[in-house]
Structures are given as C-alpha cells and as structure tokens.
Design a binder for this molecule. Structure first.
Ligand code: MEV
Length: 314
C-alpha cells in the first residue's frame, strides 16, 4: 500500500469572530501560505503518531491532544476499520493556538489522509461531521466557521448551521498577518463571552449585534471594491472585540502599530487573547512595509498576501 496524504490550509477571520457563535454572520478567508499535511502509511500493530507536538502510540497521547486521537478513532469507526495497522506523520506550518485554525486544519488533513489510505471516497458532509467532533473537543462550542474556511478555496460568508457561501470581491486587497507569538485560548475566550452574555450586560449583546452589522457592511465593501470602507469596518470590529474582552495588551499594541503605519484597518483575528492580528494594507509595497514594522515592534512572525485578484493563489 502506498503513502496516503491529506492536507488542509490555514484560515483567517476577516470580521465576525465570536459573534458568529451567536448566529451572526462572519467572513473568513482561506490562508494558503501555511498548512498541514498528514501522511499515512502501513505499519504493523497499534497506531503510531509522529508530529512536532507528540511522537508515540495513539493510546498514550497527552490529554490536551485528545482531539486528534478522537478524530482518528472516529474516522476509523465511520470507515468500519480498526484503528491499527498504520502510522501517521502530521507536519504543520500553522502555529498552534493563534486563531489560525490549526485544530480544524489538522483534523481535516487527518480525515482526508485516512479516507485516502483506506481508498474510500470522502463526501463534504462526512468530512465536516468528523472535523466538527474534533473541533468540539478542542473548542467547546465551535460555530463551524473554522472547518468551513480551512476546506474552502475562496473567501466565505458563514452563518451557524448553514452552508457557507462564496463572497463577491470586486477589487484585490492585501492582508498582513502579525503573530503576537502568544498562544490564545479560544475555548476560554468563547466561554468568557458566554458567561457575560448570560449574566448582565446589554453591552455584550450590543457588541455582538454590531459585529453582525459590520460583517454585512464588509460584504458590501468587498462587492463595491471600497477598501477604505473595509478598513474602517475592521477598526470598528476591533473596538467591539475590545468591549467583549477578547483583545489584550499585545494585540492592542500591534493594532496601534498598524494604524500608525498607515494600515487602512486592523483587528485581532480568531479567538483573541493572544494569537494574531490582521491589517489591511494599501497595496503590495505597503503590505511589505507593514510586515517589517510588525517584526520591528516585536511580532513573532508575519505573513502578507493578496486576495481576490485574477492571479490569486486560490
Ligand atoms: C474562531 O476562529 C472563531 C470563534 O468565533 C469561535 C467559533 O466561531 O467557533 C472565536
């Protein structure tokens, strides 16, 4: 039997994170610069896992990586196969816990590689069902946006419990991603908003509604090719995320650096409380300059890329 390979790319949330958990829409972008590959090959005996975060038998996997073990076991169960007789090598260039969809991308690559290994066709529904199980393990109550975004080759409009749709983009735009280098805990960030939502504040509900409106405005700005409007929307979305308590000093600082360096807009992306920011650049040269500024300001790493052009990489 040959090597079987499954892969998935990273994702970015342009606008609407957290609010999407409460039924508001969000827009996400595939982020192909970083990705995961899972390589499966035959091997006698119990499943062996090889990755930068764990090497060893599947059954001894540490508690915080149980999502991956669950994903492998559930996929085998769905395929009516025993979880043994193969080894799996997971290679990822997506940093973990930075709001870049690493858990959804790992689960997607794992499921794809196992279906390939067992020579079974994989439907989108089965893929999403299996990745959702792993995501529930990692995130508590995921909206499902991450797994839709890591399996999409185009920007998507997403609402919970609905199928994602492609977003119309009139004019290409340049996004710069800057990583604070600190691991954010999406599970904890989502839970903290849930607590606030239950308890008192109208402010929390107001911020969530506002984020939904901003996502609708962003859709219009993308359709019209109005990048100034889009930048303004990103800035206002960041204000709401600050109100929701999911930003932090490191993110606030990089957002400030972005704005001082002339970004059209900047905000956190994903779960927040650590993780990454995205900034909207004016053009390709500006994107490069912003990336340099972020590194100078202490960002751990940066990426920049163009979305929505004829020659784009999707
Ligand atoms: C994480 O990328 C996005 C959140 O809205 C959580 C979710 O939707 O599952 C923070």
């Amino acid at each position: 039997q040959q090597l079987a390979i499954g892969s998935a790319h990273s994702k970015l949330i342009l606008v609407g994170e957290h609010a999407v958990v409460y039924g508001e829409p969000a827009i996400a972008l595939p982020f192909p610069s970083i990705h995961v590959k899972s390589i499966v090959q035959p091997n006698e005996g119990p499943v062996l896992l090889e990755s930068s975060f764990y090497v060893g038998p599947l059954n001894s996997i540490p508690e915080k990586l149980k999502g991956i073990a669950t994903c492998i076991k559930q996929t085998c169960k769905k395929l009516n196969r025993e979880p043994n007789g193969f080894r799996m090598h997971i290679k990822s260039t997506i940093p973990i816990g930075r709001g870049l969809g690493s858990s959804a991308a790992i689960a997607t690559a794992v499921v794809r590689s196992l279906y390939h290994f067992f020579n079974e066709p994989l439907s989108k529904d089965d893929l999403l069902e299996l990745v959702h199980m792993a995501e529930t393990y990692a995130h508590g109550s995921p909206s499902g946006i991450d797994m839709e975004a890591v399996t999409s080759d185009a920007p998507i409009w997403f609402e919970k419990d609905k199928r994602s749709k492609k977003v119309d983009i009139k004019q290409a735009f340049h996004i710069v991603v800057a990583d604070t280098g600190r691991i954010g805990d999406t599970h904890a960030a989502v839970s903290s908003i849930k607590e606030k939502y239950k308890s008192i504040t109208d402010q929390t509900k107001y911020s969530i509604k506002s984020l939904g409106h901003l996502t609708k405005e962003a859709k219009r700005a993308l359709k019209d090719g109005d990048l100034d409007a889009l930048g303004d929307i990103l800035n206002r979305a960041q204000d709401e995320l600050v109100h929701l308590g999911v930003s932090d000093a490191g993110i606030d600082y990089l957002v400030k650096v972005a704005r001082q360096a002339g970004a059209l807009g900047a905000k956190l992306t994903g779960g927040g409380r650590g993780g990454c920011i995205i900034a909207l650049a004016k053009h390709a040269v500006h994107a490069k300059k912003l990336a340099e500024r972020f590194l100078h300001a202490g960002a751990d790493q940066t990426w920049h890329f163009q979305i929505g052009s004829d020659e784009n990489q999707y």
